[in-house]
Design a protein around this ligand. Structure first.
Ligand code: NAD
Length: 323
């Protein structure tokens, strides 16, 4: 099959590209290398059936050209990470809304099965747990720009599902919960790689707020397995899925586990949100997915526990940098 992956030089996209090429598919990656990097695709650049195109999802003509031969599109390109969204909100909104519009417009022309990367952020401040795909979504005030990411992803979902309803476009919405593992960078505010780097350098692990907020972390290899199974499942078309695990840990607990796994002498430092983000920044206390729909559709249970994710990131950080 011919598959286009936007954002394929990024963290999830590069792992997915490797898997799909290994499964015998022809894969084209479109990426502007803003947060992704070529080194993520080092194992693929010489492989037959793999093609990399540097460019933006905001380039309508380029997107149309690359979608045309594709039977499946994984649209993962986006401005990602709370830190980046807070620093460059208008560019992030444009990328996450107009870019998706371009991809869906192009997919309509050849009826490509299009997977739209959404996020657990769309659940916003919902306090009904676990989060189910059919639940109401509760986001904060527009003056708090943090919610622009959730809103943009929500609009992406609406647009995809509207095309499914109006034109029969095969779409699947992927609401990713915290996905982590090797190649994820801590530069844009991703918590686990930042903790591992700090612990290995003997620096304090900066925990925002009280550290009592909890998250569920999934290994990127498990997530890629779920994506491949969804691709092969006709039942996934027209549907929204939570993608992740339902094993919760507080951020303080995560920091403690990283310190133990690295054998580091680092300490945990609690930092008030106001020192990191603009005053009034809101965080979610819990993000717990209901994964029963994913399990029912593809018989999926994540295999790799948090300890394995941490070990894999430590091993990557300790590996010698290639010359
Ligand atoms: P990532 O930053 O590693 O990947 C995003 C990729 O998109 C990068 O390679 C970047 O260079 C590329 N990109 C950004 N703007 C682009 C543009 N205008 N044109 C072309 N390429 C562009 O992040 P990731 O964690 O791999 O995220 C992949 C997708 O999953 C994103 O849509 C993100 O919103 C979603 N997501 C991820 C998580 C997670 O925990 N990793 C959670 C929720 C949602």
């Amino acid at each position: 099959m011919h598959i286009l992956i936007t954002g394929g030089a990024g963290f999830i996209g590069s792992h997915l590209s490797e898997r799909l090429v290994a499964d015998g598919h022809a894969v084209t990656v479109l990426d502007d290398l803003s947060t992704g990097q070529m080194s993520n695709l080092a194992a693929l650049t010489d492989q037959p059936g793999f093609d990399f195109v540097e460019g933006s999802i905001l380039d309508r003509a380029l997107v149309a050209k690359l979608v045309e031969p594709a039977e499946v599109v994984f649209h993962l390109a986006a401005a990602v990470g709370v830190k980046l969204i807070m620093e460059e909100p208008s560019r992030s909104i444009l990328t996450n809304v107009a870019g998706t519009e371009n991809v869906l417009d192009a997919a309509l022309r050849n009826n490509a099965h299009t997977f739209i990367a959404s996020s657990s952020e769309v659940y916003g401040k919902t306090t009904k747990f676990p989060f189910n795909e059919d639940d109401d979504l509760t986001i904060g005030a527009t003056k708090n720009l943090r919610w622009s990411y959730a809103c943009a992803k929500t609009l992406d979902e609406f647009l995809a599902l509207a095309h499914a309803r109006e034109s029969g476009l095969p779409v699947t919405v992927l609401r990713f919960f915290n996905t982590t593992g090797p190649r994820q960078t801590g530069r844009y505010g991703m918590v686990l790689p930042s903790f591992v780097t700090s612990a290995l350098e003997g620096k304090p692990l900066m925990v925002h707020g009280t550290g009592d907020q909890s998250r569920c972390f999934g290994h990127v290899a498990d997530v890629v397995e779920a994506l491949c199974r969804l691709m092969a499942t006709p039942k996934a078309r027209g549907e929204v899925f939570n993608i992740g695990t339902d094993q919760e840990i507080t951020i303080r607990g995560l920091a403690e586990q990283v310190i133990e796994a690295t054998g580091s002498s680092s300490e945990i430092q609690l930092i008030p949100y106001d020192e990191v983000y603009p005053v009034g920044f809101e965080d979610m206390q819990r993000r717990l997915p209901d994964v029963s729909k994913l399990k029912a559709a593809i018989n999926f249970r994540p295999k790799l526990p948090l300890s394995r994710i941490i070990d894999d990131i430590i091993a990557e950080r300790r590996a010698p940098v290639p010359a």
